[in-house]
Design a protein around this ligand. Sequence first.
Ligand code: BG6
Length: 459
Amino acid sequence: QTTVKTLLILGASGDLTGRLLLPGLARLVATGRATGLKLVGAGSDPWSGDQWRERVRTAFDAAAETADGAGKEALAATAKSTEYHQADVTADGPLAQLLADLEGPVAVYFALPPQVSQKACEILRPEQVPAGTRLVMEKPFGSGEESARELNKTLLTLVPEDHIHRVDHFLGKATVLNILGLRFANNFLEPVWNRDHIAKVEIIFEEDLALEGRARYYDGAGALRDMIQSHLLQIMALLAIEPPATIGERDLRDAIAAVLRASSIKPPYTESTRRARYLAGSLNGRDVPDYTAEEGVDPDRNTETLAEVHVGIANWRWKGVPFILRSGKALGAKRKEAVVTFRPVPHLPAGFTGRDTPNTLRIGFGPDTLELDVDVNGPGDIFSLDRAALVAELNASELLPYGEVLEGVLTGDPLLSVRGDTAEECWRIVEPVLAAWAAGKVPLGEYRAGSGGAAPKEA
Ligand code: BG6
């Protein structure tokens, strides 16, 4: 049962709404987890109600295919009752009017470019925001620590912290959340989950997608802001947090904030970071041009499409263990996983032959898998070591990541939303690197689209 009566999506005609929000919401409705919800779209485009309903129906029809009878009915009812309002939310009045007219509590989803969302919030006055209103902010949250702090201040004049949902949809991914179950519902890991037994942790998100028409946003962001500042730091935090007493929003988000406060990327940045952008190449049989030749890209921005940073966590558990975060676009193979590499055994009894490799635990973020690599006896000689992988395929979640996040919004649970101090902290961690890169202190390397991301030989 939702506590929110109306979900108001600002930016209803935009890409995020069509590609992610409506499909995410559709499954939520289809599984009976958003009953009685009124969906309202608003945007600056002069859409007719029918145009918007058509958009909603397209997303909902896909979910109806696998829904049961009740689910189909719920989808049809939500799609039928939805309405669209043309509104310029950066002007004084229209958003306040919507909040006054719609049945509350209302969750306002800012599916808009960050500057537009920020302006819309700045123009709202506290008395125009009815009690119970929830504000849902997309990433990037601000453009740096200072601007995130300013945005937090603005939002807090309108609603309390636990009514602000800063979205990081990775926190809605089942395998990302599963890190908590894996770590805290099993007894064998916690005793070895520290610097004494773990040599390094890598969090890798390599995509075989290029720009996909998002140059306008991406060229101003780059891989470090787009992926590492938000998603990968959240994954790192879940891997590194101290065991919380509960999985309630306060305990969990306190633990996340604490570990991020201890995290930093140390100079020299030529050693602790890497940046590169792709050159023309063949990606899944498709010819991709140089990044700088993509439409909408300004080559002088020196935007990186691959970023790597080595984060250190200054606490008793993790001192000296590198957390290596890497993300890149237009790579030859999709690789989305966290890899925990354990230290070698202190003494391998003489007499063993074959391969002796440190254990690794791999947490796959799509496909959703868990893999523990261990040394066992190989074929033939029983004392000859060989590698075996214990692999589990994890159950797919009933909801899409955006559905999971939206459920929190609609039921009034901020657990899966990034807390204000954490949003600022994530910028604090990457800002010195952004500054060093902007000052040209770390060379911008190159790699071929479709390759593994290493510098091409001829370069
Ligand atoms: C988004 C980034 O937040 O996450 C994209 O802006 C990226 O660049 C995407 O491709 C990856 O998320 P997912 O859910 O598609 O794996």
